[in-house]
Design a protein around this ligand. Structure first.
Ligand SMILES: [Zn+2]
Length: 250
């Protein structure tokens, strides 16, 4: 396995703790390369800057940003890191760009949501989910905040630095990626929204999964991997692994 062959020891620390309203932002560092995973909403920019400052870092010290997916609450401070490459799943980028553009279509937006969230009508609160999604599209989606497109490195084709692996967890949105990081002893999983919360998924103010069944499988897969787990919208917790390292998902 990869973990045994590379000598990288990554330290992982939560910068912004995920909550029902805000996404986790995580710092991963080996002492030379510093990586920020997910960057939050515009009003969280100053919090992110302050969290970095508490570690003695500036945005310009970050050489890589990783986005688990392109929902607005995970990507809108990318532009703060103007020296960084941005590793992200292209499938999620294309999907989100098209979703947020369609939601701006005045007449047809409710019908257009179904193209992206075919299961939404299974939920009692469908109108409120759809309304919130449209509000987010109109209020927040801003491609200029994603960082310069020339800095994107698509995770489907560009390998992450040694010692970091991505796992596709596409139940939440197509292409969604979770990160597996080894610190030499323990596994760290930065789940993104593949695992919203340790116990209160239903209270997180984000959209329903694109595929509920797949989301449940992603969530169980992450819990089975075990180690330190950072959910998309909750505090970090520790979970006993129930699968061996050699049966990692592809
Ligand atoms: Zn999300």
């Amino acid at each position: 396995m990869k973990e045994q062959t590379d000598r990288h020891v990554w330290r992982t620390e939560v910068l912004l703790e995920g909550s029902l309203r805000g996404a986790s932002s995580v710092l991963v560092s080996d002492g030379r390369t510093r990586i920020v995973v997910d960057t939050g909403l515009p009003h969280e920019e100053s919090w992110l800057v302050a969290a970095l400052a508490r570690k003695g870092l500036k945005a310009s010290d970050i050489s890589i940003v990783v986005n688990t997916h392109f929902h607005v609450d995970h990507v809108l401070n990318n532009r703060l890191f103007s020296h960084s490459l941005i590793y992200a799943p292209q499938e999620s980028y294309d999907w989100a760009k098209s979703l947020y553009a369609d939601l701006r279509v005045e007449n047809d937006w409710e019908k257009l949501v179904l193209k992206y969230y075919p299961e939404v009508m299974d939920y009692e609160k469908a109108p409120s989910y759809m309304g919130a999604l449209r509000k987010f599209a109109l209020r927040w989606w801003d491609e200029a905040r994603l960082g310069s497109p020339s800095r994107f490195r698509w995770m489907e084709t560009q390998p992450l630095p040694d010692g970091l692996e991505s796992v596709i967890t596409s139940g939440h949105v197509p292409g969604h990626a979770s990160l597996l990081i080894s610190d030499g002893q323990e596994r760290m999983v930065v789940a993104g929204d593949a695992l919203l919360s340790r116990e209160h998924d239903d209270q997180v103010l984000t959209m329903i999964p694109v595929n509920k069944e797949k989301y449940q499988r992603d969530r169980e897969r992450i819990l089975a991997l075990g180690g330190r787990i950072v959910p998309g919208h909750d505090a970090e917790f520790h979970q006993q692994a129930t699968v061996s390292n050699s049966s990692e998902p592809a």
